[in-house]
Design a protein around this ligand. Structure first.
Ligand SMILES: NC(=O)c1ccc[n+]([C@@H]2O[C@H](COP(=O)([O-])OP(=O)(O)OC[C@H]3O[C@@H](n4cnc5c(N)ncnc54)[C@H](OP(=O)(O)O)[C@@H]3O)[C@@H](O)[C@H]2O)c1
Length: 353
């Protein structure tokens, strides 16, 4: 086995960064090189992530400048960005410039939105801000790892959490012509989906025992799903998406409806999905509708199928912070480095989390 590689984690005190630190601590080929914080440099990692105090008792956050110097001084390493979109591309560009100038190796996976589109115009149309590193876009490919057999770029981008949940159902349906290419999705996310900064709609008294839709038919993951589904299948889906906020901390539960095709019922679709994901360690197809507690805390995703004469329904569940962000990103690191997808990612579900 090759020597363990240091990982630089961007977005230091955020929720996804916390999950990256947790997953890296159990990875046999990776170790924490630097947790980069713009607000807590020099402060203990354990002060932001109490649950990781026993794992990283002495680690302190480092500044962006420190991280740039370390990347230039380290022969080979990995960066996973969990910085906000907009900020991520600029940081990634700085680190790549430092590695290129020093002649050191660097593999980057971005969990933000900055490298999900192949061109800056598409990013700017959705995010209403200039792309900070358009010259780097062609060195990243964005896909759900299960939907791309071979990656032809040195770096990768992880699709968003809602997008991953939807794409796991939509891509095989489209690829295998199992329904009309028109999808209606209602998906409920936990409060960690909104990140660490408190907001009115994530405040506990508002969120607990509550359920509400937001940005109906206008969420920015809609064009992302259409683009990534098109990239994966060469087909053109129509998508209508209503996101909702649920009274739980982690997980996404998506219900995907599509018009049925004559003669293609639940039995055929379940068999086709099972076959499509037969090589995946993380994606499975269940006989009954999956529950969030089947998957929270893990990199697993579970699908199930229902159908009648006119419509088919796919249920899709995953953990937004793991399969939808940090775990999916580590899966990409494994893939880019030529390691098995599941390296360091086989976390047994807790069930009653
Ligand atoms: N939450 C999810 O379920 C989820 C799922 C998929 C993808 N994502 C993406 O993953 C990224 C992180 O999400 P999150 O939920 O962890 O967000 P978060 O909790 O808000 O954390 C983001 C962190 O980034 C750092 N940061 C803030 N402004 C910055 C800037 N200008 N430059 C560099 N760093 C800055 C902050 O840490 P410091 O103060 O320590 O620098 C902040 O805590 C985002 O791009 C998000 O879209 C999130």
């Amino acid at each position: 086995m090759t020597a363990s590689l240091p990982v630089t984690v961007l977005g230091g005190t955020g929720y996804v960064a916390g999950e990256l630190l947790r997953l890296i601590s159990d990875h046999p080929r990776l170790h924490l090189g630097a947790a980069v914080s713009t607000s807590q440099a020099g402060k203990p990692v354990a002060a932001s992530f109490g649950h990781l105090a026993g794992i990283y008792p002495d680690a302190v956050f480092v500044s962006v400048d420190d991280a740039v110097n370390r990347v230039a001084e380290t022969a080979d390493g990995v960066v996973v960005s969990a910085a906000p979109h907009g900020a991520s591309a600029d940081l990634v560009d700085k680190l790549l410039n430092a590695a290129e100038a020093a002649g050191t190796g660097l593999t980057i996976v971005d969990a933000s939105a900055d490298f999900r589109y192949a061109d800056s115009g598409s990013f700017e149309a959705v995010y209403k801000q200039p792309h900070e590193a358009p010259n780097r876009l062609d060195s990243f490919r964005c896909a759900v790892p299960e939907h791309l057999d071979e990656i032809d770029t040195p770096h990768a981008a992880q699709p968003g959490c809602f997008a991953t949940t939807m794409l796991l159902g939509i891509v095989p349906l489209l690829a295998m012509n199992l329904c009309e290419p028109k999808f209606f999705v209602s998906a409920i996310t936990g409060s960690t989906g909104a990140g660490r900064t408190p907001r009115d709609t994530t405040h506990h008294p508002f969120r607990q025992s509550n359920l509400f839709a937001y940005k109906p038919l206008a969420h920015r993951h809609q064009p992302e799903v259409v683009t990534l589904a098109r990239n994966a299948t060469n087909k053109e889906p129509v998508l209508h998406f209503v996101p909702q906020s649920g009274p739980f901390a982690r997980g996404i539960h998506a219900t995907i409806f599509a018009p049925a095709k004559p003669g293609v019922g639940a039995t055929e679709i379940e068999a086709a999905l099972t076959d499509y994901y037969s090589k995946s360690v993380f994606v499975s197809v269940a006989a009954v509708p999956p529950k969030l507690k089947d998957i929270v805390g893990t990199n697993n995703a579970v699908l199930s199928v229902a159908a009648d004469d006119e419509s088919i329904v796919i249920f899709s569940v995953l953990d937004n912070l793991v399969k939808g962000a940090a775990g999916g990103a580590i899966q990409w690191v494994n893939r880019l480095r030529g390691w098995p997808d599941a390296e360091g990612l086989r976390v047994a579900p807790a069930g009653w989390i």
